[in-house]
Write a protein that binds this ligand. Sequence first.
Ligand code: ATP
Ligand code: MG
Ligand code: MG
Ligand code: MG
Length: 462
Amino acid sequence: MKTDELREKYLSFFETKGHTRVASDVLVPTWDPSVLFTPAGMNQFKDHFLGKVKLDFTRATTCQKCMRTGDIDNVGRTPRHHTFFEMLGNFSFGDYFKDEAIHWAWEFLTDKKWLGLPPETLSVTVYKDDQQAADIWHEKIGVPTSRISYEEEDENFWPASAPSQGPDGVCGPCSEIYYTAPGREALEIWNLVFTQFNRVGDPPDNLRPLPSKNIDTGMGLERTAAALQDVETNFHIDILMPIVQAAAEVCGVKYEYHSENGRRLRRITDHVRACTFAVHENVYPGANKEKYVVKRLLRRAVLDGHQIGLRDPFLCKIVPTVVEMMAGTYPELKETTERVAGVIEKEEANFFATIDGGLNRIEQSFDEMRKENRTTVDGHVAADLYQTFGVPPELFESLAAEHNLAFDWDGYEQAMLEHGEASGKLTHTVMGSKGPIDSLKQVHHKTDFLGYDVTEASATVL
Ligand code: ATP
Ligand code: MG
Ligand code: MG
Ligand code: MG
């Protein structure tokens, strides 16, 4: 099944269940001060869940453009993570709850009229105290108990983190659905969140049942397409493989999945796609917040190209293929292709002009560290490199990790602050995030990658 067909099937399935089809919100929700990029389908419905807006409907379904900066370091290394991806979702605002959400998810996945996945390829997780969800899966749907696992708070309670630690506000347990193809690792494809509590203050009595219960689900479009198309990674699905191939062509190399260049080409694919959408929404590479993320993604991709051997702008040449693959759903991309490619080319040219100097300086600092038996990159050196050569500190950190060297983020922040004060203006803020979900700080948290994805972790960072 083609990805475009899957997207349409999902939305029409939930229309048959009385849902209103709502358009994707923008990728960069300037109306929402708590996030830099839309991290999930539910984001545009926050006020609906809180009962703050008058509802025209109580059931909605969407395909939402999302971006998760926290996943940057996973891209290319795990088979399933992108920065930019599309999330399918169905939502209930005080309407249906667990029973229907679980039944419909199962029907959509397994019914031959819809996706027709064999039931034995699917397994589920539930929150450890959510026996109700486990009972629905087992007794009503018939999932054997061997394929139902009970997970801790940090995995299966939303917003992420334990009920005792999470922010005040609506929250609830969730249930995730995994697909396992023969010989492959289990792949999380769909998360059903049962928004049933209002969290107020500290435990033990901080979870108050909401008067009206909600449903918020998120299914990864690319992951589910990968399952249906029986490919080993999201990057090999019909709408992404042509971009990977276009990247291979402009880089003048052959694409191979299990190779250093393969990882680089996947990262280039992801980052060009993400930046095409961001620049389309007028977020240009810059020094702060969203703009800095775009800059960082582009520079990371340029570095990949540089390591393949390129010395001139090449990302801009991949933009037309991105547009071709995505324009069926987002035809507006066609109107800005040239502008987007132009913005990307300019940023590439800027970085190519300084990258050799930056890399030399980095190598030199590694030599110095070896001689002095130091194992942590000096934050002041990194700040200097950012200001002189435009090398994002996260790139420096990645290169350092290749040499098993740590990175002194506190020192870096301090040095930037000193510079900002000295020049009278802070030119760059790594701390420039607006909220917990999509914060730039999370970019530095690698627990996700180090845990589940350790099979690919033997791959070097760049
Ligand atoms: P994972 O554990 O694999 O990182 P997650 O638990 O963080 O996924 P959720 O927050 O539950 O993901 O998001 C709902 C769904 O969106 C996931 O089940 C998955 O199908 C999809 N998804 C999440 N993050 C990504 C990503 N970085 N790239 C592609 N799809 C994603
Ligand atoms: Mg994740
Ligand atoms: Mg997960
Ligand atoms: Mg999940």
